[in-house]
Design a protein. Structure first.
Length: 235
């Protein structure tokens, strides 16, 4: 059963997956080789969009009333890869991240109950060059060089039940929620053997003491669109 008490700080989330270029049938004893068109070889970079889902894990709430794990999403991530021999590789730039936070937590404390529903959108804020984070694709793993910048959440939370307004739960009814842009350190993205899907283990996205709450997210997803793009100079 869903349980959670304080849904007041950032409930940020995200996630992704990937897909490679179509390959011709392979001989029984040979690995399939990708078909490289002239466009693919001459491409400056590959911009790939992923549909993402997340699992939110909440802990450290008052009396454990809000602890639990909750499915969340969907969302999207857009990454830009260097072109390495007609395939995405090398340096990776996070262009866009957006996640719809839409889950409900049912909390119990003493004789009261509260149903708290998140209705927010979490997204990154890019810099002047249109980038929110950078990393490197090493084999089947993206390792981020630093935190994702400008993560923010906007929307509202809705609380129903006698527990609303008590023990750190939000007040009854709908409350506006706006989390200012802040940095979040996401863990590495691990792709499957076919580079069509990837996942991320739990990473802390928010931690607060009043009310007490720690939120973590895990990600998973798949590629839905790939585009060859020209690189533009950035001041």
């Amino acid at each position: 059963m869903d349980r959670r008490l304080g849904v007041t700080g950032a409930v940020a989330v995200l996630l992704v997956g990937a897909m490679s270029i179509e390959s011709p049938p392979a001989a029984a004893d040979d690995a399939a080789a990708p078909v490289l068109t002239k466009e693919a070889v001459q491409c400056d970079a590959w911009q790939i969009e992923y549909v993402v889902n997340a699992t939110v894990a909440i802990s450290d709430t008052t009396m454990g009333a809000g602890d639990g794990t909750f499915p969340n999403g969907p969302g999207k991530i857009v990454l830009r890869f260097d072109n390495r021999g007609g395939q995405p590789g090398g340096n990776v730039k996070l262009i866009d991240y957006e996640m719809k936070d839409n889950f409900t937590v049912v909390s119990h404390a003493l004789m009261w109950e509260a149903r708290v529903t998140a209705d927010t959108i979490s997204r990154t804020t890019h810099n002047a060059c249109g980038i929110a984070a950078e990393g490197v694709l090493d084999g089947r793993t993206i390792r981020w060089a630093g935190p994702w910048r400008g993560m923010r959440s906007d929307g509202g939370i809705i609380c129903q039940g006698g527990l609303c307004g008590k023990f750190g739960a939000p007040p009854s009814g709908r409350s506006e929620m706006h989390v200012a842009p802040h940095s979040v350190s996401f863990k590495q993205f691990d792709y499957g053997p076919d580079l069509k899907t990837f996942s991320m283990h739990y990473a802390v996205v928010s931690q607060q003491s009043s009310p007490s709450q720690t939120s973590r997210i895990a990600l998973a997803g798949r590629e839905v669109q790939r585009t060859c793009v020209a690189m533009r100079p950035c001041p």
